[in-house]
Design a protein around this ligand. Structure first.
Ligand code: ATP
Ligand code: MG
Length: 586
């Protein structure tokens, strides 16, 4: 716990040093509040003893009674006002900006995780983890620096103050603390496993909800609503059951009331001290009055342990992901080039997503600048995997891939990717306008440039017919557009980047012949004068390529031109034979 706790506290320190003057003011206010919280019981004691003196007609009080009452009033009310001011200052200067800063930090870490981390996880779950961790970080820091700081300082000062009046009563006030701490520790350990399970169940719930929203068309077409609902209901029952167990343990803990125990101890011991005339009535009542404040930080801490437990689990669950060092990292002083020739060499390349299962095996391939290469093969033969390796989404397990004769691992990561334009198998579009989707490839592009590439990609025709043209919104993941339209938008997006190398992972979905022609023309414009790697399912795309690479189960089976392969490669020939209406059967 302490390691994570320190990690959490550390996130807050830079925010303090950033606002030096506010921080000084904040601590000055804290010190005044602490001083007032000691002045309060002092005036209280003086007033009580003053009253008794008046009653007994003796006159041994240090200050007149009416001044003591006025002092008590000012100290109490001043404390209240300054505490409110301090609270406002804390939230405005530290709390809210810290929340934003932490959200940004977490998001930035997540954005730079390896692609593997995203593929292996439900996005809703990640989202929930970020939300949880940000909340947890801010809550813990606010607790420590705002809620706890003043009571802890007051605790120290009040102890010294109280000790001066009666060391016996001071010790009596603290006697109960070890028992309370022991009980807190026991409850923490006992409930930890349930709290963890409950949090995990909550994360799964949001993972599931996110997944359902992403696949809402599938859910609805298969009448999946009742199933999805019952999945989330079941998960929430699990979360509830574990939460309940945690709560039961902490309820038992809450039975324990430190203040009452301490109060009884003080009264009993105080009674004997009074009899012995070691203390005044004012002192005894003052102890009764300050016991709450002496024990306040202990009470606060103990009561917050349950929340701490949840917060630390929340933080831990995200940091287990974000603290991983990405495997794909940019080398220090990696190669950067504004333009490249566009030659690619793969030498004895092996790679598997899992260690025991190779996805591509012993690949040797040279792609010359400007060449158009088609990768073909049955589903699962490793075509998309090769494309991902070329852009260094994963590192090869063995062998090497060279771009312009330089190993990919020596390139500056961002620069490397700036030379590629891609159209992936599933054309993911953002829930944004068409213009923003296209200029994602070049963020400062103006409408003219966007229109120009859209024309070349043959997307302009259908966009121009939309009521809001380029400002029309695309639904999440592009669902408002047809398959062929999405492809053409994706082609325009790759084209506006003006890359030297193009990777095209053709969608397998069948397009009607007119759309097919438009997409084909778009592709031709995209790959013109560029090195192109085309994962093709349609023979119309493949035939004109300089080289066709036939993959089977991760191996290169044959390389050649269409006419050659028909004669020399039985697998390719079989694919051609099986092809009907212009598509390769899978
Ligand atoms: N993220 C992943 N984790 C584990 N295995 C994967 C992952 N992605 C792909 N695979 C596996 O790697 C192999 C190659 O997959 P790949 O996606 O490269 O095939 P493909 O040739 O592109 O197929 P398709 O034509 O269907 O798109 C397959 O056995 C696949 O199951
Ligand atoms: Mg694929």
């Amino acid at each position: 716990m302490s390691n994570h706790m320190w990690q959490i506290i550390k996130t807050f320190l830079p925010i303090f040093s950033k606002h030096k003057w506010w921080t000084i003011l904040y601590f000055v206010l804290t010190i005044i509040i602490v001083a007032l919280s000691v002045a309060q019981p002092y005036f209280y004691k003086e007033a009580i003893d003053g009253f008794i003196n008046i009653f007994q007609k003796t006159d041994s009080a240090l200050i007149p009674t009416h001044l003591a009452i006025l002092g008590w009033f000012i100290a109490s009310y001043g404390n209240n006002i300054l505490s409110a001011l301090k609270g406002w200052l804390f939230w405005d200067i530290y709390g809210n900006p810290a929340y934003i800063q932490m959200l940004k930090d977490q998001y930035n870490k997540i954005l730079h995780l390896d692609i593997r981390e995203f593929i292996d996880r439900k996005h809703g779950e990640l989202l929930k983890l970020v939300d949880n961790a940000t909340d947890a970080l801010v809550s813990i820091n606010n607790f420590i620096f705002d809620e706890l700081l003043t009571p802890v300082l007051s605790f120290i000062v009040l102890l010294v103050f109280a000790w001066n009046y009666s060391w016996q009563l001071t010790l009596a006030s603290l006697a109960i603390i070890p028992f309370h701490a022991l009980l807190a520790w026991y409850s923490y350990r006992k409930s930890e496993q349930y709290a963890k399970k409950s949090r995990t169940a909550w994360n799964k719930i949001f993972g599931r909800i996110g997944d359902t929203f992403n696949n809402i068309i599938t859910t609805k077409s298969f009448h999946g609503e009742p199933y999805e609902f019952s999945e989330v209901s079941n998960l929430s029952l699990v979360a509830y059951q574990h939460q309940s167990k945690t709560n039961r343990i902490w309820t038992f803990f809450d039975f324990f009331d430190v203040n009452t125990f301490a109060f009884v101890t003080i009264i009993v011991i105080g009674y004997f001290l009074l009899l012995d005339q070691q203390i005044t009535v004012g002192t005894l009542l003052m102890f009764g009055n300050i016991i709450n404040r002496i024990l306040a930080p202990i009470n606060l801490l103990m009561k917050s342990i349950k929340n701490f437990q949840t917060h630390i689990i929340k933080f831990k669950q995200l940091s287990e992901i974000t603290d991983q060092t990405p495997q794909i990292i940019s080398p220090v002083d990696g190669y950067k080039k504004s333009t490249i020739v566009g030659s690619i060499v793969l030498r004895n390349v092996n790679f598997g997503y899992k260690e025991d299962k190779a996805a591509v095996k012993n690949i040797n391939l040279t792609i010359h600048p400007g060449e158009k290469i088609a990768l073909i093969g049955h589903s699962g033969s490793g075509k998309s995997t090769l494309a991902l390796l070329l852009m260094r989404f994963y590192d090869v397990s063995s062998g090497e891939i060279l771009l312009d004769n330089i190993d990919l691992r020596k390139w500056d990561y961002d620069n490397l990717r700036s030379h590629f334009g891609v159209v992936w198998q599933e054309n993911m579009l953002f829930h944004d306008t068409l213009i923003n989707n296209i200029r994602y490839g070049k963020q400062d592009a103006n409408l003219e440039e966007v229109t120009e590439v859209a024309k070349k990609a043959h997307a302009h025709e259908f966009i121009n017919e939309l009521r809001q043209k380029y400002d029309s919104l695309v639904g999440e993941r592009g669902v408002k557009l047809s398959g062929g339209e999405k492809q053409r938008v994706a082609i325009a997006r790759a084209m506006i980047k003006n890359p030297e190398i193009v990777i095209l992972d053709e969608a397998t979905s069948a397009l009607d012949s007119k759309t097919e022609q438009l997409v084909q023309k778009g592709i031709e414009n995209l790959i013109k004068d560029r090195t192109a790697i085309i994962i093709a399912h349609r023979l119309s795309t493949v035939q004109h390529c300089d080289k066709i690479v036939v993959l089977e189960k991760g191996n290169i089976l044959a390389v050649g031109k269409h006419q050659e392969l028909v004669k020399t490669c039985p697998t390719y020939n079989e694919m051609v034979q099986l092809q009907s209406h212009g598509f390769l059967n899978e």
